[in-house]
Structures are given as structure tokens and as C-alpha cells.
Design a protein around this ligand. Structure first.
Ligand code: 3H9
Length: 698
């Protein structure tokens, strides 16, 4: 049960809400605030009220678990109206993160004071929503419509000093002194006559914006990508337009209608699912939260190429020393120089200061001697994908590394168990599969081998969080979760191009679905030589490379590119595709967009279901998160597993069966899909059976 306490410090009443973990504004918290206000008003000696939270944060927003259920009064708007109507001034004292409904509650107070490390924001857009408790009406009254548009459509939290500069908070406390500073602030307000200061009454900013209707059209024109495939940003802009155009209460009514529309949208349902799915990935059955983890104070990385360098940066970023090993001095120098260049580029963009660049570089030691890894707590091998090479390295490393060290491989498709088997410590071998660019992409697949010890898995999951990654646990199979599931999409894109669909049509269908780019655009960006080189069979990529077409970097690939790297359809690529189709005896035809969507995306759904059925993933939602974080699968669809349920599993199974007749194995529906379609079950709620590789490590 959330607790709310009320006590007094002289003339100041203190309402303290304590509802772990994040003081979400669920029913109990809302009631506790109202009780506190009633007590403060009833106490004659109290002249002003401070509202604050115990624990790690101020209110982190509305309770997301209540959305989609019948509303319960008092709702947040009732609470906010009650704060604004209080008979005494209310001061919000903010620490941690005041987000969404949390910030909206603070904006209903007369004054706001924040600790210097606090952050405030309206992140509802990430849940497919808009701030529905007055945020779209009050924030523009403080910062103006232009800044409100950026803040609310961006959803990113704002650090306290900037919030102060913008006027969102009135004052910062000294570090660790928030409560006393809030009480002192309240006393000053009382001494100055306890003046009420409601944001709703401020007119100057919105009145100034009223003369500038182009502001909204400009914003829409400047940010076309923001609105693609999703509804929330459109409604946010409309709500802020209402703040400017309408009196406060009418603006609030407009906000409520726009919020309600989003609350019942598929997009918001999907994004709320993704919010909890993201937090679930770190929960591993059989590994309680108190599983002991090994301390990791130093990291070794073998291989200073693009992958190894990116991996090293993750640890340098959080202050962990890294020893980077290469076989040749020139390769090592190049790798170290690339890391420095990346940091300097961030510094130029203002994301780092020069001293921080040097601090991070000082944590990096380059060496040609594997023996320099002897003291590392964790060593990650990131050399190219050759089983023989990896076995040689792991055998040597096993002899060098201290007994407690964890040995990790960044392999993206090789058998981790075969690598672990060359060591005397297979229980301390784990896969850490980073996605490229490794310093940027959030997904980290933690691969549990047949003998990986539970504490090693727990350590890897914890470490992933420490370096800001989203860890998803995977069992051992070729490609693990994300590459295996998306590999079938690539295979279908290739097959469809040979069967007559143009790369442009295939890419457009994917972009229309919500991917940031199409399959062929992605290949051109990465480089066709990088991906295609191992194939023995004649492939589209191989034939393009044979013509000297390596992608954006050289002569174009599936597309031609101008000097600004803008793509246009390529007659040469079309000829290469047609010639290979003829050589393979493929009869070409045209396709509808719907046919392409089914071939490209139902294939992924089916592969995902197989991955779960085989016990390679723990839960369907882990697969969704892996593809959202690793491949840009549009989060507003919820990921392939969630999306499949919105399409309907019987439809998917029937389509797969028809496709399997003509296109073989890829489309033979997984037994899990068939079972769920027959029983009316939901794929996105499915979990791995209790005895599976990913749970038991066997
Ligand atoms: C809103 O406010 C709408 C209003 O405008 C209009 C209303 C009319 N509700 O993330 P963590 C749980 S929309 C319910 O791991 P951290 C979370 O699931 C809301 N539960 O911690 C997890 O549970 P578990 C706008 C919530 O320290 C636990 O708390 N606000 C909520 O890494 C710990 O969370 C947001 O979108 C919630 N609002 O990060 C902010 N928030 O332990 C959402 C968290 O069982 N929250 N939980 O897995 C966050 O961004 C982060 O939780 C926060 C802390 C930064 C606060």
C-alpha cells in the first residue's frame, strides 16, 4: 500500500508520498495526495504546503498498468484540480525524475523546486500517448509553443539546470538538501504574502504565439519523419495548437479528447506492451534478483576492428579500464585512433567535453600481447567469424586469464558450446553478441551456453544494464534470436527480387510498415562485400559485388547514388537481378504490396515462434524487444509477435500454409503458432517451456 504522511515544520505542511518503486500515480497515491491536502488545509497553523516523494524519485507518471482498465476516481485530473484549488500555496519538491503525470502534477503546483540532479519531462509520446493531465496546456504557458512542441514530441527528459533556465522549475536546491531547501522556499513564499501563482493563469507566452500560426505548419514541415506511421505526435501538435488558440478550460477539453483517442489506439497498446516487455528482458526465471554477480572492474577486448573498438567504447564510457589486443601494431593503432575519432566527433557535437574524451582514452591500453589480459575480470573476443581462430584464441586465453575471469565471445552465429569446449572453464564462457555499431545499438544478446553458470549469466545481464544496453537472453543456435529471425526476412527479400518485385517496391513496403529503412537500402549502407563474402552459391549480392558494386561506398549496389548519397533505382542492378533470375530459371511476375508484406514479415513471425518453441528465447516479448532494439522493428507495432496477434493468428497460419505449398520450409507454420491459433491463445504472451536450453543452459 502506498503511504502518504503529513507533518508540519512550523507554518509549513509537508505531504510525503512513498510508493515504491517509482511513486507512479496509481489510485492509492492519488488518494494519499488528496488526504494530505485535506490535512494541510485543516491545520490552521499551516500557511503553505510542500509536496514531495520518498524513495528514489518524484512521481514517475501515471500508473501505466491502469491504462486500458476502467477509470477509477479520483483520477489524475481530479487531483490536479484539487491542488490548483487548494486554499494555500503548494510547492512541488522534485528529485529523481518527474515524468509525465508526475511533471503535470508539479505544474499544477504554484511553485517548483528541484534537486540539481533531477530530470523532468513529458515522455508520453513513447507510450503512443500525449500528456493528458494538462501538460500540453500548461507547458506552453511556461516555455512557449515552439519549445513545448520540441519537448513533448521529443519526450526526452530535461536536466534540472535547463529546466530552471526554461522556467519549468523556479529554483534548484543544493545537492542532498531538497527537503530543507523546499521548506525554506515555502517560508519565503509565506513571508512574501503566500501569493498563489497558477500556471493556467499565465497568458503572455500563448498570447504571443497566437500571432504566429505558421509556427505549427513549420514544425510539421521540418519534421516529416516524426509523424510517419504513428498518431501520437499529430495529436500532440493539435493539443498545443489548442493551448494557443483556446481559453484554458477549452484547451483542457481538447487535450482530453485527443488523449482519449490515443489511449484506445493499437499504437499505444503496443508501446505500453513494449514498455513492460523491455523491463521483463532482464528477469530470468531461476535467477533471482539476489543471484551473486562477479565484480567486473576491468575488461579485455580481443580485436580492434570496428566491432572490437565499438565494444571497448561501451566500457570506457562508464569508467571501466579496457585492454585492447591486436595482432599487428598498425591494426592496433588504427583501432585506437578510430575510438579517439569517435569520441572527438561526440565532443564536437557538444555531447562530451574535451577533458572527458581524455579521461576515457586514458582508460584504454592497447597491446599486442594476449598475456596482458591476465588480470582482466572479463575478456570479450571480437575477431572475425572463424571457428578455428576462435578456438585457438579461447584455448590460449584459458591458459592466461585468471580462474575467476569470464570469457565471452561476440560471435554472431557460431556454436558457443564448441568454443567453450576448448577451455577448462566452459561454465565461465558466455556469448555477448553486440550489434553494429556496438557503441550505439542498444541490443545485447547474452548467449547462455550448455554449461554457462547461473552467476555468469546474472553478471552478464547486470553488466549489460550498466553499459546502457538492453540485454536479451538467448540459447545457442545459428544466428541466435535477432539475426536468425531477421535472416528469413533478408532471404525473402532476395527471393522476391529474383521473382520480379523491384528492390524499391520491397523497401517501400518495409518503410511503409515503419522500418527506418528497407532491406536493400540497409545492405547498400553496410556494404555488399561485408555481408555476401562467405556464400558459395551464386547470390544477388555476390553478382553485384562481381560487377564492382559494393553499395553506397563504391559504385552503388541495389541502388545508384548521387554525390549526396541519395538513392535512385539502378538499371544496372535491375539487369544483374534479371540475369540471375534467368540463370536460375525463375519465372518473374509482379507482386501486390500485401503479398510482399506477408512473404517478408509473416516469415519473421513464424521464425520467431520457432525460436520460442525451441527454447532459444525465454518469452515472445523478448523476441519483440530484440528486433525492436536490434533491427529497428517499429515499436508502434509492438514487434513481430505482438503484431501477429493484432493480425490474428488464424489468418497468419492460413497464409503461411498457402505460402508453404509454393515456397517451402520457411513457411511451414511452427507447431506453437498452430496450437495458439487453434486454442485462441496470444503469441505475445507465450513463454518458453520450463525445460529449455535458455533456462537450463542445456
Ligand atoms: C502518463 O503519465 C500519462 C499522463 O500524462 C496522463 C494521465 C491521465 N507506471 O524503469 P524501471 C515500474 S504516462 C507503472 O526499471 P529505472 C517498472 O515497470 C506515464 N509502473 O526503473 C518497473 O517494474 P518492475 C509517463 C511503472 O530506475 C519498476 O517500476 N511516465 C511506471 O530504470 C522500475 O522501473 C513515464 O513514461 C509507471 N509510470 O527508471 C515514465 N514507471 O520492477 C516511465 C516505472 O516490476 N518510467 N514502473 O519491472 C520510467 O521512465 C522509468 O521507470 C524511470 C525509472 C526513469 C522512472
Amino acid at each position: 500500500m502506498p503511504t502518504g504522511t503529513f507533518d508540519t515544520r512550523g507554518t509549513i505542511g509537508l505531504i510525503t508520498i512513498d510508493s515504491p518503486p517509482v511513486n507512479a500515480l496509481g489510485l492509492g497515491v492519488r488518494q494519499a495526495i488528496l488526504h494530505g491536502l485535506a490535512a494541510a488545509e485543516a491545520e490552521a497553523s499551516v500557511a503553505a504546503i510542500v509536496l514531495l516523494c520518498a524513495g528514489r524519485t518524484f512521481f514517475a507518471g501515471a500508473d501505466i498498468t491502469e491504462f486500458g482498465k476502467p477509470p477509477m476516481r479520483p483520477d489524475l485530473l481530479d487531483v490536479i484540480a484539487r491542488i490548483e484549488g487548494a486554499t494555500k500555496p503548494v510547492i512541488a519538491a522534485i528529485h529523481g525524475t518527474a515524468l509525465g503525470g508526475g511533471l503535470e502534477t508539479a505544474l499544477a503546483c504554484d511553485y517548483r523546486i528541484a534537486s540539481p540532479t533531477a530530470r523532468v519531462g513529458l515522455p508520453e509520446v513513447a507510450l503512443g500517448l500525449l500528456p493528458g493531465a494538462g501538460g500540453t496546456q500548461r507547458l506552453p504557458r511556461i516555455v512557449g509553443a515552439a519549445a513545448a512542441l520540441e519537448i513533448i514530441t521529443g519526450g526526452k527528459p530535461i536536466a534540472a539546470p535547463r529546466a530552471l533556465a526554461l522556467g519549468i522549475v523556479d529554483r534548484l536546491s543544493a545537492p542532498d538538501d531538497l527537503t530543507d531547501a523546499a521548506i525554506a522556499f515555502a517560508r519565503e513564499i509565506v513571508a512574501d504574502g503566500a501569493v498563489r501563482r497558477r500556471v493556467r493563469d499565465r497568458e503572455d507566452k500563448v498570447a504571443a504565439d497566437r500571432g504566429n500560426p505558421a509556427l505549427f505548419d513549420d514544425f510539421r514541415a521540418r519534421n516529416p519523419g516524426l509523424f510517419r506511421g504513428v498518431r501520437a505526435p499529430t495529436n500532440i501538435v493539435a493539443a498545443i495548437e489548442a493551448a494557443v488558440a483556446l481559453p484554458f478550460d477549452e484547451g483542457m477539453a481538447r487535450e482530453a479528447a485527443l488523449f482519449e483517442e490515443l489511449l484506445h489506439s493499437r499504437e499505444s497498446e503496443a508501446q505500453r506492451y513494449a514498455f513492460f516487455a523491455e523491463r521483463d528482458t532482464a528477469k530470468v526465471p531461476g535467477l533471482p534478483a539476489d543471484t551473486p554477480v562477479a565484480p567486473i572492474a576491468s575488461v579485455g577486448v580481443i580485436g580492434a576492428g570496428t566491432m572490437g573498438g565499438g565494444i571497448a567504447m561501451n566500457f570506457l564510457n562508464v569508467g571501466l579500464p579496457v585492454t585492447l589486443v591486436e595482432t599487428r601494431q598498425d591494426a592496433l593503432d588504427r583501432g585506437v585512433a578510430t575510438i579517439r575519432r569517435n569520441y572527438e566527433a561526440s565532443a564536437r557535437k557538444g555531447k562530451l567535453d574535451a577533458a572527458e574524451v581524455e579521461r576515457r582514452m586514458a582508460l584504454l591500453t592497447g597491446t599486442l600481447a594476449l598475456s596482458d589480459l591476465a588480470g582482466c575480470d572479463l575478456v570479450i573476443e571480437a575477431v572475425f567469424e572463424s571457428m578455428d581462430l576462435k578456438k585457438t584464441i579461447f584455448a590460449e586465453l584459458d591458459a592466461i586469464a585468471k580462474r575467476s575471469a569470464i570469457l565471452a565471445s561476440n560471435t554472431s552465429f557460431l556454436d558457443l558450446d564448441a568454443i567453450a569446449a576448448v577451455t577448462e572453464r566452459p561454465e565461465r564462457v558466455v556469448g555477448l553478441h553486440f550489434f553494429s555499431p556496438a557503441n550505439v545499438m542498444r541490443l545485447l544478446e547474452v548467449v547462455r551456453g550448455a554449461r554457462t553458470a547461473p552467476d555468469v549469466v546474472a553478471t552478464a545481464m547486470r553488466l549489460a544494464k550498466r553499459i546502457g544496453k538492453l540485454p536479451v537472453l538467448s540459447g545457442v543456435c545459428e544466428g541466435f534470436i535477432a539475426n536468425r529471425a531477421m535472416g528469413v526476412r533478408m532471404a525473402q527479400a532476395d527471393a522476391l527480387a529474383l521473382e520480379g518485385a523491384s528492390p524499391q517496391q520491397i523497401d517501400r513496403v518495409l518503410v511503409d510498415y515503419g522500418f527506418p529503412m528497407g532491406a536493400f537500402q540497409m545492405l547498400d549502407l553496410i556494404g555488399l562485400d561485408v555481408i555476401g563474402r562467405d556464400s558459395t552459391e551464386r547470390t544477388l549480392m555476390g553478382d553485384l559485388v562481381a560487377q564492382g558494386r559494393l553499395g553506397q561506398k563504391q559504385n552503388g549496389g541495389f541502388y545508384d547514388y548521387d554525390a549526396q548519397r541519395r538513392p535512385t533505382p539502378s538499371p544496372v542492378a535491375d539487369e544483374v537481378i534479371a540475369a540471375l533470375a534467368a540463370a536460375k530459371g525463375i519465372v518473374r511476375r509482379s507482386f501486390t504490396d500485401q503479398e510482399l508484406r506477408e512473404r517478408l514479415l509473416y516469415a519473421v513471425v513464424n521464425e520467431g515462434a520457432r525460436i520460442l518453441d525451441e527454447g532459444i528465447a525465454l518469452r515472445a516479448s523478448d523476441i519483440d524487444m530484440a528486433l525492436i532494439a536490434g533491427y529497428g522493428w517499429p515499436v508502434h507495432t509492438g514487434g513481430p509477435m505482438f503484431w501477429a496477434d493484432t493480425v490474428g493468428l488464424p489468418t497468419i497460419v492460413a497464409t503461411l500454409e498457402a505460402l508453404a505449398q509454393r515456397h517451402g520450409d520457411t513457411f511451414v507454420p511452427s507447431p506453437l503458432l498452430v496450437r495458439l491459433a487453434e486454442s485462441g491463445g496470444m503469441l505475445h504472451r507465450a513463454v518458453a517451456a520450463s525445460s529449455t536450453p535458455v533456462l537450463e543452459g542445456a
